[in-house]
Design a protein around this ligand. Sequence first.
Ligand SMILES: [Zn+2]
Ligand SMILES: [Zn+2]
Length: 251
Amino acid sequence: MKILVDTHSHTIASAHAYSTVHDYFVQAKDKGMQMFSLTDHGPQMPDSPHPWHFGNRNVIPRIVDNVACLRGIEANIMPPDGDLDVPDGMKPYLDFIIASFHEPVFSPGDMSTNTSAMIHAIKSGGCQIIGHPGNPNYPIDVEEVIRAAKDNNVLLEINNSSFIHSRLGSEPNCIRILELVDRLDWKVVFSSDAHIAYHLGDYTQSIKHAQTLNFPISRVVNRDAATFLAFLSEHNKPVAEELAAWSQQLN
Ligand SMILES: [Zn+2]
Ligand SMILES: [Zn+2]
């Protein structure tokens, strides 16, 4: 199972991450990846970059050494209802949006509170991916979330970092998400959630579990650039058009 796109990484623009955009381009090339995504934290996180960070990323080349770079954000699902912390003025600068629960922004609630906030974010049309839904600090009704995600064409993330670096105890939840996504005929992205470029494209644990479960690669939407861009085009994201010709010559 080879996954050629990474949908989730943090740069030194988030204070607790340690690599530059340049470092990520170099690692992506070395690892034979087609595309990666910069997804620093949304404004409500204590270490979110200044809003200008998101507005000026068009200075970053789209393609370096035949590796493409997407300009995303890891937005916060906010209390009480699950609105996202992405101001309207920022949206035109974002290729796509991940929506996640983070403790400094949303105090973990009971299953019903968490589930309804997450589903509100999914139904809002404001996000394309739900970040680390296996976090044990935020119990959710997984089946209900997957059904809402499928109805709204939002992907669930299997976050490799959740198995090794953060959100301890995520593993059984992530395995269950994979099982239910397969059973309910829906889709995921695999992500590294790299906070340093060396971890970009590291899906070791996610792939191990997927293979044990016979989880088909056809359900992993970031398996290659053309497939992930086709997904973004379903959300009318201009980057899909911008990179369509480039991605089609890769395969
Ligand atoms: Zn996160
Ligand atoms: Zn993250």
